[in-house]
Unconditional design. Structure first.
Length: 165
């Protein structure tokens, strides 16, 4: 007896810490045209999902953030994964904290799940599993249609499609 095959994919908000680490290294490097406007600034990891930018002026902290954003875009990541605070004076230097958003919160997961139910192909099921949204179907084409549909929508979060089997 043959059992039906269920194909699935998971949606997750992409942080891509591994992808941002080279961007941090390049933002620190010298010899590029953009480093002249961020001289006197440093960028480093602060905890698991936070990046700290230190600079001697508010403008240089914002300029370092702009350079970091340019590097992120060149790596193919969406700027929706970044959540930057305003530069704050701390002693003699300004500190700017940038949080990397990870996972899909319940509100966005429910919104995307409803979108898949309403506009997606029939036979596609969406389940919220922690910080991921698991989409399953018997047909590979249905999953591809859901991925195409979600990429075409302007969502408030960046999505990453993983476990496509």
């Amino acid at each position: 007896m043959l059992w039906p095959i269920h194909l699935s994919t998971s949606l997750a908000r992409s942080t891509a810490r591994r992808s941002t680490t080279p961007s941090i290294r390049r933002s620190r490097s010298s010899g590029t045209a953009s480093t002249s406007r961020v001289r006197g600034a440093s960028i480093s990891w602060s905890g698991q999902n936070n990046i700290e930018i230190k600079a001697n002026s508010e403008e240089r902290a914002n300029a370092a953030l702009d350079v970091f954003k340019e590097k992120i875009v060149k790596r193919g990541l969406s700027l929706k994964v970044l959540d930057a605070d305003e530069p704050k004076l701390s002693g003699k230097e300004y500190r700017l904290m940038v949080a990397l958003k990870e996972g899909i919160d319940q509100e966005h997961a429910k919104k995307i799940s409803k979108l898949i139910r309403d506009e997606g192909p029939k036979g596609v099921k969406a389940q919220i599993q922690g910080e991921e949204l698991r989409v399953s179907s018997k047909k590979k084409d249905d999953l591809q249609d859901v991925i195409t549909m979600l990429k075409g929508k302007d969502l408030d979060i960046a999505l990453q499609f993983v476990n496509y089997r």
